[in-house]
Design a binder for this molecule. Structure first.
Ligand code: ATP
Ligand code: MG
Length: 588
């Protein structure tokens, strides 16, 4: 491939809106092009990388026996109404109408569609198990699209759905996908961790996220060096401190004046208490599908703890977009709370949630629901009860590991994939059933499995870059070798470059020749920026058949005969491809 004929537009400057290296570099290399916020097109180099990542995903999916299909992005509202998600999905869903006013969405995910396929096509246990997948464009009108392909409003996802007759079958399908995901992310070169993830209402050990480690990642993961616990911060459980001893007597509930002490620090200081002896209030309002406030939630937790919103919404059994911090004035009117002085005693007309820990502790201090007053010796059961008692504490660095008790550590990453045991969450409401050997009907057990293909591309750049540009791992590199010609007018140089190109191409090595009429400095800068793994420079010594050979990831250059350069490049690329092949990774 001759670079002079390629559509390539690299930029020297950092685009103003980009902050992450992956975003900056994908724009600067001209791999992607922004249309509007969160919507990008793939230009030639970007498209090649996208295809390589997709190709690896496809190989690993096929190796599990999953079959590829391709469904429309447009999905009729009726299917989502059947599953109950049309209302629940919230503002991320891109809703559209046809000319007859029929409602559709641009699919953010495809559980309903795949469940519909199976309920229409499967009736007997003999047709199970089956796993179908697609690599297809998804739409989510993200509140904050950012970081280029990392969080976009249109993105490429591989989504797979498994259908089994029972839980054991579902577990096997899940494990097969989990293993395939590990191979995909190994093969594309990522350093990643599979961590336990929140599985919402389904609970149990039912979901894992695959997280590419990156300091710029949006996901926070908690892990333990002492045992192998690893989970998202939303999922990891922070255990309660031990309860107060049985022998500790309940003291008399006492109101005390605490002027101006609107925060836990202030009230603890004022009363000379440890924050662990206080109760903190978190005030929320909840919304209907149409966005109107339908209720209030007062959640109480020990004063020194933070709340885990995901655990809270799971306990409330509402979607995350259906809750936000309350308008305290309106909530005060409805419930009797007083901002800064809210406590669980005497609160009305709201859902009271208590963290498990405060239920076990005696004689705590809490707001008195009266301006400038707190209550001492507040006790669960005697002075107040809760509608929901649940552990919704957020785990923090150094807290005890939920498995072994050693202090946990935190690291950041990019969620590149998630696997999920769904059970009968979709099959039951949508009637996806099969008949067993005795003609008994059962709901099909499902799993769903997503890989953010375009986000994976961004994650790779996040892990493989330096000050000069990208350093593509060979299996996903847009090209394997770039031959830079110093002086294109020199016929000998061009002839040698073309000969090498031919020889490399014949061995399956994807090669570009930089034959653009540019200064060598510009060509070297672009080669480094784009990050092609091997660079061969044809210059002054072309007439002797000598070229310069350099790997993008190493500083050293060597002079070699053209024959040796071709042989070395081919051997290097082939060994890297072999090391990242399905077979090699299966053997690990
Ligand atoms: P997130 O928590 O990052 O919003 P999610 O958990 O909602 O993601 P899933 O529904 O599990 O995402 O989708 C499967 C995969 O699709 C994710 O693991 C991620 O790699 C990718 N993905 C999700 N949202 C986006 C997005 N807005 N842009 C790019 N990729 C995305
Ligand atoms: Mg996810």
């Amino acid at each position: 491939m001759k670079m002079s004929r390629m559509y390539i537009r690299t930029l020297r400057e950092t685009p103003a809106e980009a902050v992450l290296p992956s975003h900056i570099l994908m724009i600067r290399t001209g791999m992607i092009r922004k249309l509007v916020s969160g919507i990008y097109g793939y230009m030639p180099i970007g498209k090649r990388v996208l295809e390589k990542v997709s190709g690896i995903v496809r190989e690993e999916m096929d190796s599990t026996g999953a079959e590829e299909i391709l469904m429309s992005a447009l999905q009729p509202a009726e299917l989502w109404q059947e599953s109950g998600r049309w209302g629940a999905y919230g503002p991320e869903m891109w809703r559209v109408r046809d000319r007859n006013d029929r409602e559709f969405c641009l699919g953010p995910t495809h559980e309903e569609i795949f469940t519909d396929i199976i309920r229409n096509g499967v009736s007997s246990y003999r047709q199970l198990p089956v796993t179908l997948y697609q690599i297809q464009t998804k739409y989510r009108d993200e509140a904050r699209p950012r970081f280029g392909l990392m969080r976009s409003r249109e993105f490429l996802m591989k989504d797979a759905y498994s259908f089994d007759r029972d839980k054991e079958g579902m577990d096997e399908s899940y494990q097969a996908m989990y293993d395939a995901y590990s191979r995909v992310f190994t093969r594309v070169g990522l350093t990643f961790r599979a961590v336990e993830a929140d599985s919402g209402a389904i609970g149990g050990n039912a979901s894992h996220e695959f997280t590419a480690l990156a300091e710029n990642g949006e996901s926070s993961i908690v892990y333990c060096d002492h045992c192998d616990m690893a989970a998202t911060d939303e999922r990891a459980e922070l255990r309660d401190d031990p309860p107060s001893p049985e022998s500790e007597a309940l003291k008399e509930l006492t109101e005390v004046e605490t002027p101006g002490t609107k925060t836990i620090e202030l009230v603890a200081d004022y009363l000379g208490l440890d924050q662990k002896q206080t109760i903190k209030a978190l005030l929320y309002e909840t919304y209907d599908d149409d966005g109107s406030v339908n209720g209030y939630v007062a959640a109480f937790i020990r004063g020194d703890r933070q709340a885990n919103l995901v655990k809270l919404v799971n306990a409330l059994d509402i979607p995350e977009h259906a809750i936000a911090f309350a308008d305290e004035v309106k909530m005060a009117e409805a419930t009797g709370c007083v901002a800064g002085f809210t406590g669980p005693v005497g609160l009305k007309n709201c859902t009271i949630v208590a963290d498990t820990e405060i239920v076990g502790l005696k004689n705590l201090c809490a707001g008195a629901n009266k301006e400038n007053y707190h209550l001492l010796n507040v006790n669960y059961g005697r002075d107040y009860t809760a509608d929901i008692v649940t552990n919704f504490k957020l785990i923090e660095e150094g807290d005890p590991c939920p498995v072994c008790g050693a202090p946990v550590k935190f690291t950041r990453g990019i969620e590149v994939g998630q696997v999920f045991k769904l059970g009968t969450k979709y099959s039951a409401p949508m009637g996806a059933v099969y008949k067993d050997e005795n003609m008994q009907e059962h709901d099909i057990e499902m799993g769903c499995y997503g890989i953010g293909v375009s986000r994976t591309m961004a994650a790779i750049v996040e892990q493989y870059h330096d000050d000069d540009g990208i350093l593509w791992p060979v299996p996903v590199a847009p090209y394997h070798v770039i031959i830079t010609v110093m002086k294109i007018k020199d016929e000998e140089q061009m002839a040698l470059a073309e000969r090498m190109e031919k020889e490399l191409t014949a061995q399956g090595i994807e090669t570009v020749v930089d034959d653009r009429d540019e200064r060598p400095g510009v060509k070297f800068k672009d080669a480094d920026l784009i990050g092609i793994p091997v660079r061969i420079t044809v210059g002054r010594r072309a007439e002797e058949g000598v070229v310069e050979y350099k790997l993008r990831k190493e500083a050293d250059k060597v002079e070699l005969s053209a024959e040796d350069a071709v042989a070395q490049a081919a051997a290097y690329i082939q060994s890297e491809l072999a090391a990242h092949s399905h077979e090699a990774v299966m053997g690990k």
